[in-house]
Design a binder for this molecule. Structure first.
Ligand SMILES: [Zn+2]
Length: 150
């Protein structure tokens, strides 16, 4: 049995943990129908993945499927050890558009952030756009929703 978590990260990867993160946590836990929720603040940029929900990556500009080998190479280039990730600008192999790894279209959604808020869930699917907007309003910044399966 895999476990599913509803996760939110800021749309802006450099955004710090909001002052009212606890209120966001409570709201997310309520939406997920759980007491098992947590806030993780890394203090540096990390990759927040979707686990087994991962299917692939597309270029946001031309929708061409992104080669996983290229993605791994860029992940290595962008990783700065103790400092976490630096989001460098890379020219897409498909259309030469200059983008960061955070700009790619991940299925399911993934992203880069200095922190995340997550809640375990057994009995529901992804956050709706309206729920995500409500959480973003509480946080005071726009959020990206990720479903993690492990
Ligand atoms: Zn492209």
């Amino acid at each position: 049995m895999s476990e599913t978590y509803l996760v939110v990260i800021p749309t802006d990867p450099m955004a710090g943990l909001p002052d009212n993160a606890q209120a966001v946590l409570k709201r997310l836990a309520c939406m997920a129908g759980t007491d098992e929720a947590r806030i993780k603040d890394y203090g540096k940029l990390q990759f927040i993945d979707c686990g087994e929900a991962f299917e692939g990556i597309n270029c946001p500009k031309c929708a061409v499927t992104f080669e996983i080998a290229t993605w791994h190479a860029w992940m290595d280039q962008d990783w700065h050890g103790e400092e976490g990730f630096h989001l460098h600008s890379h020219a897409m192999p498909c259309c030469r558009t200059k983008l960061t790894l955070n700009d790619l279209v991940y299925k399911g959604p993934q992203g880069f952030s200095r922190w995340f808020i997550s809640a375990k869930t057994n009995n529901r699917g992804a956050l709706t756009n309206s729920e995500l907007e409500k959480l973003g309003a509480k946080a005071g910044i726009p959020l990206r929703a990720i479903i993690q399966q492990y």
